[in-house]
Design a protein around this ligand. Structure first.
Ligand SMILES: CC(=O)N[C@H]1[C@@H](OP(=O)(O)OP(=O)(O)OC[C@H]2O[C@@H](n3ccc(=O)[nH]c3=O)[C@H](O)[C@@H]2O)O[C@H](CO)[C@@H](O)[C@@H]1O
Length: 366
């Protein structure tokens, strides 16, 4: 079986593709997988780290307002379309799967035009533009929220949930704590602002680093690649890190299975993919939805967890160090609250999404 998986821009579109790839490999020893991503997304770096080959094509979104840049973008998109066709002709996939982001456009469209079976996966309750457009050309549409069904041709939609990497599903808390070099008798807090980091969350956490340390809270703080230097400069000017034990500040974590498994409480943006991982492991969380996303969809994601008691939501407009500190200390030291949030979180998990998508693939590739 030969499979092309395309998707990218951010981790939230890339890792569901990786989760599908891993599930296919678990089931079929001889499956050949090729990723196709965009030249300027995170996938060029992240996908090879997961052990897969990736080809990159030029692609970008078209601005609604016409300008000189629009002409440049159109030329880029045409080039990308041509390159996508060439990659498909050379690799000869049996099926093409798109997991969102602009790059899916040319790759999935080329495959559909060539008569190759195509599936797209939508992680969010409000679909992205590319998936909405592609939905008219693909064979099947896998969705993560029943609410997104109304945006797509009904007869193609299958409700699967959002696939989570098997390494995360199979992670083990004790082993993870050990491999991260943390102590098992002190609470562990994870802070992650999505795959690219979140400046406002970083600032609030830098402000309370000393308080967290004084309260014996261990911290894994993922800043995002682009914000790492700025965070470290601020931290070093405010604190003496060498005397603060149990604080790990990283630009990005390639061992998210350990990082998530080790944590007692997670502070995060409310991207659909990280939420699937948080609930798959039944972790309590404080979610701070990004207000800079289409249709404010992250707030929608976060409220779905809050409604069931799985998380606390703090709006970005209300975020500051003091509010965050009070919530963290209130939750992380209270075993009863942690347990109830954890049970509610686990109840929302859908851990068989990758299996369901592989079942759809099998309908098309015998
Ligand atoms: C700003 C933006 O447009 N965000 C969107 C993007 O979020 P974004 O790309 O931030 O996606 P999520 O937060 O949902 O997921 C991040 C993914 O990256 C992984 N990770 C993250 C940090 C790290 O150090 N290591 C690591 O492996 C996480 O485990 C997870 O698999 O895609 C999501 C899924 O379509 C959307 O819901 C989000 O609204």
């Amino acid at each position: 079986m030969k499979v092309i998986i395309t998707g990218g821009g951010t981790g939230g579109h890339i890792y569901p593709g990786v989760a599908i790839a891993k599930k296919l490999q678990e089931k079929y020893k001889k499956v050949e997988i090729l990723f196709v991503g965009s030249e300027n997304g995170l996938e060029g770096k992240l996908v090879p780290k997961e052990g897969y080959k990736i080809k990159l094509i030029p692609v970008e979104g078209l601005n609604k307002k016409f300008s000189f840049r629009t002409i440049k973008s159109v030329i880029k998109v045409i080039k990308g379309f041509g390159k996508a066709g060439k990659i498909i002709n050379e690799f000869k996939p049996d099926i093409v799967i798109g997991t969102g982001g602009y790059v899916c456009g040319p790759v999935v469209m080329q495959a559909a035009l060539k008569g190759i079976p195509t599936i797209i996966h939508e992680q969010n309750a409000f679909p992205g533009v590319t998936n909405k457009l592609l939905s008219h050309f693909v064979d099947r549409i896998a969705i993560s929220f029943v609410e997104s069904e109304k945006y797509f041709p009904k007869n193609k939609v299958v409700y699967t949930g959002n696939p989570v990497r098997s390494q995360i599903l199979n992670s083990n808390k004790e082993k993870a704590i050990q491999s991260l070099g943390l102590e098992k008798n002190k609470p562990i807090l994870l802070v992650v602002g999505g795959s690219r980091g979140a400046k406002n969350i970083n600032n609030a956490v830098v402000d309370i680093l000393g308080d967290l340390n004084n309260n014996n809270i261990q911290l894994i703080f993922i800043t995002g690649e682009n914000n790492y230097k700025e965070v470290m400069d601020k931290v070093n000017s405010k604190y003496n890190l060498s005397v603060m034990k149990g604080i790990k500040i990283l630009p990005y974590a390639f061992n998210m299975h350990d990082v998530l498994a080790a944590s007692d409480l997670i502070i995060s943006r409310a991207g659909a993919t990280i939420i699937s991982e948080i609930t798959a492991l039944g972790k309590p969380s404080i979610l701070i939805p990004s207000p800079y996303v289409a249709n404010n969809h992250q707030e929608y994601n976060a409220r779905a967890l809050e409604e069931k008691g799985a998380c606390i939501v703090i709006k970005e407009s209300q975020l500051n160090g003091d509010i965050l500190k009070d919530q963290i200390i209130n939750i992380i030291n209270n075993k009863e609250i942690l347990k109830n949030m954890s049970i509610a979180s686990k109840r929302l998990s859908k851990i068989d999404a990758a299996d369901k998508i592989v079942n759809i693939i099998e309908e098309y590739v015998k």
